[in-house]
Design a protein around this ligand. Structure first.
Ligand code: PHE
Length: 454
C-alpha cells in the first residue's frame, strides 16, 4: 500500500468523481424506457427504494473497503484478507470485469463522438427524415469509422487518466458534472415545450401498478446496481482517494441522488420528444442512434437551427457522460498496474489502452465482419455485455457486500462509517445499514444473480 496517495480535494470533488462514473449510458438509454415500461411513477418509487435500501449499502461496502485499505481494488482484497484465495479471486474479478467493460463501452463512446460530429456537420438536418434510418447501418457498415472513433474516444479517456487523480480525473469530473446537468436541463425544457409532448410526460409519470410484477423489483435493482457502477472495483478504487475526513454517508447519498436526478431529467428530455413525433420508445442503442436522429431531422424541417443546436447538445451530453464513466473504468486497471506491478502511470495507461483498444476492436467488428461469430447464441458484443452485467458485476457486488458484512471486523466497518464515532448521524444509523449490508443486500443480489440464470 503506498503512503503518498493522491486525494480528491473536498466533498464536491468526491461526489463529482463518483457521479461521473455513475451517470452514463445507463441513465440515458435504459432508465427512461424502463420507467415507461414498468409502471411510470410506480417504477420510480420502486427504483428509489431499491437504490437506497439495496444499492446504497453495496456502494457503502465497496467504499469502506477502498477507503480503509487505501489501495487499488485487487490490493485492497489481498491486504484485508491476505490468506484467503477466495477473496483474492474477488480482487482479480474487480480488475478483470472493468477491463472487459471498458473495451466495449468505449465502442459506444466512439459512436457518440461520431454522432456529435455528424450533428455539428448538420447530417441529421440535411437528411430527409424518411432516410434517417439508413445512417446508422451505413455508419456501422464502413467498419473503419466506428473503429477510428473508438480509438479517438479511448485516447481522450486515457489522457485524462494519465494526467492523474487530481489533475486528470478530479478536474475533468468537476467540470463535466455541472456541464452535464446544465445541458440536460436545457434539453428537457425544450423537449417538454414541444407540441404533443404531454403523451410522453404521461408515459413517465402515470403510476400504473398493474405493470408492477415481482420481476419489476429485480429489474429496478439491476438498473440501479449498474447505474451506480457497482461490483467492479470502481467504488473501491475511487474511495481509496477519499480523505479520512469525508462523510461516507453524504458521499453515497450525494452520488445516488445525482444519478437518479440525471436519469429522471434524461427521461423528461427524451420521452416527450419521442412521443411528440409519434414514435414509440425503445431501449438501447436504437434509441440514441436511430430514434433521436429521426426526431432531430423531423424537427429540423420547421426549425433547422434550434434542432441542430439541440442535437449537438444532446450528443455532447452522451459523449461527456460516457467519458466520465470510461475514465473510472480505466483507473481501476491503471491503479492496479501502478501499485501491484510497480509500473509508472504512463506505462500503466499504455498497457490498459492497448488491452481495451484491442478487445474493443473485436467488440466493434462484431457489428460488421465478425457479425457471424456467436458465443452462446449472442454476438461478441452482446456476449461481453451479458457476461459482465448479468454475471461478473453481480458476483462482484455480492462479494463486496458479503466481505464487509461477514469477513471484515465490525469495529473497522463502524469506524469507517462513523469516522471513529465523530459523525453523530452516522453513528445513529449504523446498525440499520449494517443490517442491510449483512443480510438484506446479499439476499437481494443473490436473487438477481439466480434470476439472471433462469
Ligand atoms: N454507471 C454507468 C451508466 O449508468 C455504466 C457503467 C457501469 C460505467 C459500470 C462504468 C462502470 O451508464
Amino acid at each position: 500500500m503506498s503512503k503518498e496517495r493522491e486525494h480528491f480535494a473536498g466533498r464536491f470533488a468526491v461526489i463529482a468523481a463518483f457521479a461521473g462514473s455513475a451517470i452514463g449510458l445507463g441513465n440515458i438509454w435504459r432508465f427512461p424506457y424502463m420507467v415507461g415500461q414498468y409502471g411510470g411513477a410506480a417504477f420510480i418509487l420502486i427504483y428509489i427504494a431499491a437504490s437506497l435500501l439495496l444499492s446504497l449499502p453495496i456502494f457503502l461496502s465497496e467504499y469502506i473497503i477502498g477507503r480503509y485499505a487505501r489501495s487499488n481494488a485487487f490490493g485492497a482484497m489481498s491486504a484485508l484478507a491476505p490468506l484467503s484465495k477466495v477473496w483474492k479471486c474477488l480482487g482479480y474479478l474487480f480488475i478483470i470485469t472493468p477491463m472487459i467493460v471498458v473495451s466495449y463501452y468505449s465502442v459506444i463512446g466512439g459512436w457518440s463522438l461520431d454522432y456529435l460530429v455528424k450533428s455539428c456537420t448538420f447530417s441529421f438536418i440535411r437528411t430527409d427524415a424518411s432516410a434517417i434510418s439508413g445512417i446508422f447501418p451505413s455508419f456501422l457498415a464502413t467498419t473503419w469509422e466506428p473503429l477510428l472513433f473508438h480509438f479517438i474516444f479511448l485516447t481522450i479517456s486515457t489522457i485524462v487518466v494519465f494526467l492523474g487523480v487530481k489533475t486528470g480525473i478530479e478536474k475533468f469530473s468537476k467540470f463535466s458534472i455541472p456541464l452535464l446537468f446544465v445541458m440536460i436541463v436545457i434539453i428537457t425544457v425544450y423537449s417538454i415545450s414541444l407540441p404533443g409532448s404531454s403523451e410522453g410526460i404521461a408515459y413517465l409519470v402515470k403510476p400504473d401498478f398493474s405493470k408492477v410484477t415481482p420481476q419489476t423489483f429485480s429489474y429496478a435493482l439491476g438498473q440501479s446496481f449498474y447505474s451506480l457502477s457497482l461490483g467492479m472495483g470502481i467504488i473501491i478504487t475511487y474511495s481509496s482517494y477519499v480523505s479520512k475526513n469525508e462523510n461516507i454517508f453524504v458521499t453515497g447519498l450525494g452520488t445516488a441522488i445525482s444519478d437518479l436526478l440525471f436519469a429522471l431529467l434524461a427521461s423528461f428530455a427524451i420521452m416527450p420528444a419521442v412521443f411528440s413525433v409519434g414514435l414509440q420508445p425503445n431501449a438501447g442503442p436504437g434509441l440514441i442512434f436511430q430514434t433521436l436522429p429521426f426526431i432531430f431531422s423531423k424537427m429540423g424541417e420547421a426549425m433547422p437551427l434550434i434542432s441542430s443546436v439541440v442535437s449537438i447538445l444532446f450528443f455532447l451530453t452522451v459523449l461527456v457522460a460516457a467519458l466520465t464513466s470510461c475514465i473510472s473504468l480505466l483507473e481501476v486497471g491503471v491503479a492496479y498496474l501502478i501499485e501491484e506491478k510497480g509500473l509508472s502511470r504512463r506505462l500503466s495507461c499504455l498497457f490498459v489502452y492497448l488491452f481495451a483498444g484491442g478487445l474493443g476492436v473485436v467488440a466493434s467488428l462484431s457489428f460488421g465482419p465478425l457479425s457471424g461469430v456467436h458465443l452462446m447464441g449472442k454476438s461478441i458484443f452482446d456476449f461481453m455485455d451479458a457476461l459482465c452485467c448479468n454475471f461478473l458485476m453481480v458476483i462482484g457486488g455480492l462479494g463486496a457486500v458479503l466481505f464487509v458484512g461477514w469477513k471484515l471486523n465490525k469495529g473497522i466497518v463502524r469506524d469507517e462509517f462513523t469516522n471513529s464515532e465523530t459523525l453523530g448521524f452516522n453513528s445513529r444509523v449504523f446498525s440499520f445499514f449494517y443490517f442491510l449490508m449483512k443480510y438484506v443486500a446479499p439476499a437481494a443480489v443473490l436473487v438477481i444473480l439466480i434470476s439472471n440464470f433462469i
